[in-house]
Design a protein around this ligand. Structure first.
Ligand code: HEM
Length: 554
């Protein structure tokens, strides 16, 4: 009897799957303008795509057709996943049509604990992010939170304050690396991720908030910050506080520390103001005049910014150093490029790098690009709230949550050259994907017959592949990657911190590879990914990577 019930149920599920699949296919081939995307094929009638998504999100998004948008049935939301290169490009181009306020409200209150009375100010403001309010809106200028927040962030990370931030980060990093208590003897370390987190996070936080938050107010802040980071997927899925009190308790503690730091900064004498953080963080205090905002709201918003500034960048730094140190020939290229970038005015003990030269080195650039291609799994969201959005014949109804997924673009075979002339499949880290030879117009990553470089970078062969090194100097290229390589999103809402992230990752990699020898305990060990974080940004490792380290002779 049980078998009969099970057999009937699975037949029904299969039938349901076939019906939704056929509907999707029929719609895909319909030419009528303004068709709404079909539902993705689903196995179980009531739970939609939730089970498949929660069980293995990576496999799930790759199992969907990658050519057209589909509607998903997920827990608590029915977003439209925008797929297909032209559709993703159009979505990014139409970013200004979508209203980021809803995502901002969700992220600020749900993820970073902003009181609802303050986070509601985002959706009360329908005047848009531009300096000029949208026609027909009538929001008081002090309540134009979307525009004011956007302006503070833009001037901090893309405007005049950026070069100051870069200089300060460089200074802090040189100091840190010079004084790291590691000498000429090997030191065994339990985990590369923990090492980078402990060394680099305090610098990034000091850059924004000055030294007192992590040194005086709360010496456990960095440890708690990364504990909170591990709870982000759970909290983002609206898990209730009474079931997971620990994650919320850590968040409350971080917010309380930031609030104490904010209060203490207000009392600092004028001649000590440079100890209280960067200009942008001070400008954020002006938001206290927005209706509903108080110091709790500012502290929650600060936590969001500290998270945005650390979580992805340090994870990217980890995967990039992990790949470099397990591939001796790649390490040799990187060390050569770093040595070429050392400033002539450098002292012997602490080499200083010419940033412009460092940032344009081909192997550093291609390793960074490939790390983000391979390891970044982020949902980039857009929300058309008042009008339907039209994307290449598809009508995306107003009020729908639209998502593009970096994984879909980064793993789509038809967008990348993987087959010819020794090129590597997309499930392998291979920086040469982004390299081409000078005077060769057949770009490495695109699907073309001729290939630029055919180096093999698997761990096995990397120890002996020096002989196959290209005779010409390779060149980094990212031409034509709009909508294909999307770790920083796209269009007018693209990540404002990408320049700073690049400087932080390049400079830290340069100093570590120049000053230290680092040996993973087992270079062949593939570090598994913690898929719970899928959709939130650069992947987190699911296992420690023990290594040993010693200072290289000067
Ligand atoms: C490898 C490192 C990073 C990655 C992969 C990354 C990725 C992203 C992505 C995909 C978005 C959404 C873009 C869109 O909607 O089109 C975003 C937004 C944002 N990122 Fe980054 N990011 C990184 C580093 C940083 C850094 C270092 C900062 C600041 C110091 C930063 C600050 C922000 C902020 C404030 C936003 C929200 C912007 C807004 O709402 O207008 N990010 N980031």
């Amino acid at each position: 009897m049980l078998y009969l019930v099970l057999a009937t149920l699975s037949s029904l599920c299969f039938l349901h799957y076939i019906i939704t699949w056929c509907k999707a296919k029929r719609l895909q081939h319909t030419v009528e303008a303004g068709k709404v995307p079909p539902w993705a094929s689903e196995g179980l009638p009531l739970v939609g795509n939730s089970v498949a998504f929660l069980r293995d999100p990576f496999a799930f998004v790759l199992s969907l057709s990658s050519k057209h948008p589909v509607r998903l049935r997920l827990p608590g939301a029915n977003p439209i996943l925008v797929q297909g290169l032209d559709n993703v490009r159009t979505l990014f181009r139409l970013s200004a049509w979508s209203n980021p306020a809803h995502a901002q409200q969700f992220i600020a209150s749900r993820l970073f604990g902003m009181p609802p009375v303050a986070s509601a100010s985002f959706v009360r403001d329908n005047s848009g992010i531009a300096a000029k309010p949208k026609p027909g809106t009538n929001v008081e200028s002090r309540n134009r939170i979307c525009h004011r927040d956007h302006e503070i962030i833009r001037s901090m990370f893309q405007g005049p304050e950026l070069s100051d931030l870069i200089d300060r980060f460089s200074g802090l990093l040189y100091e840190k690396m010079h004084h790291l208590p590691i000498g000429s003897q090997w030191v065994e370390m339990p985990d590369l991720f923990e090492f980078l987190v402990t060394q680099i996070t305090p610098l990034s936080i000091e850059l924004l908030c000055g030294p007192s938050l992590t040194k005086v107010i709360d010496p456990d802040f960095v440890r708690d910050f990364w504990r909170f980071d591990s709870w982000v997927p759970t909290i983002a899925k609206k898990a209730p506080r009474w079931i997971f009190p620990q994650g919320y308790r850590i968040r409350d503690k971080l917010i309380a520390s930031i609030k104490r730091w904010r209060m203490s900064s207000c009392m600092v004498r004028d001649d000590e103001k440079n100890m209280t953080g960067c200009k942008g963080m001070k400008d954020k205090l002006n938001l206290l005049d927005v209706d509903g905002w108080d110091m709790d709201a500012i502290a929650a918003s600060d936590l969001g910014l500290i998270w945005a500034a650390n979580s992805n960048t340090i994870s990217c730094l980890y995967w990039m150093t992990y790949e470099i140190f397990r591939r001796p020939s790649l390490l040799a290229h990187i060390q050569r490029e770093c040595s070429e970038s050392i400033s002539k005015r450098s002292e012997q003990l602490t080499p200083k790098f010419e940033l412009t030269t460092l940032l344009s080195q081909p192997y550093l650039q291609s390793s960074f690009a490939e790390t983000l291609r391979y390891r970044c799994h982020i949902f980039i969201t857009r929300y058309p709230d008042s009008d339907d959005m039209y994307v290449n014949g598809w009508r995306l109804p107003a009020g729908s949550l639209l998502m593009a997924c970096s994984t879909v673009q980064h793993m789509e075979e038809s967008l990348w050259n993987t087959k010819t002339y020794g090129k590597q499949p997309l499930n392998i880290f291979w920086p040469e994907r982004f390299l081409t030879l000078v005077n060769d117009h057949n770009y490495g990553y695109r699907h073309r017959k001729e290939s630029a470089i055919s180096l093999s970078y698997d761990v096995e062969s990397s120890r002996s592949d020096q002989s196959s090194a290209p005779k010409q100097q390779p060149k980094f290229t990212s031409k034509g990657l709009e909508g294909v390589w999307v770790p920083f999103g796209g269009g007018s809402q693209m990540c404002p911190g990408q320049r700073l992230a690049k400087v932080q990752v390049f400079l830290t990699t340069a100093l570590i590879t120049t000053l230290f020898e680092v040996e993973p305990s087992d270079p062949r060990k593939e570090i598994p990914v913690n898929w719970a974080h899928f959709g939130t940004g650069v992947a987190k490792p699911a296992a420690p990577l023990p290594f040993r380290i010693r200072r290289r002779p000067a």
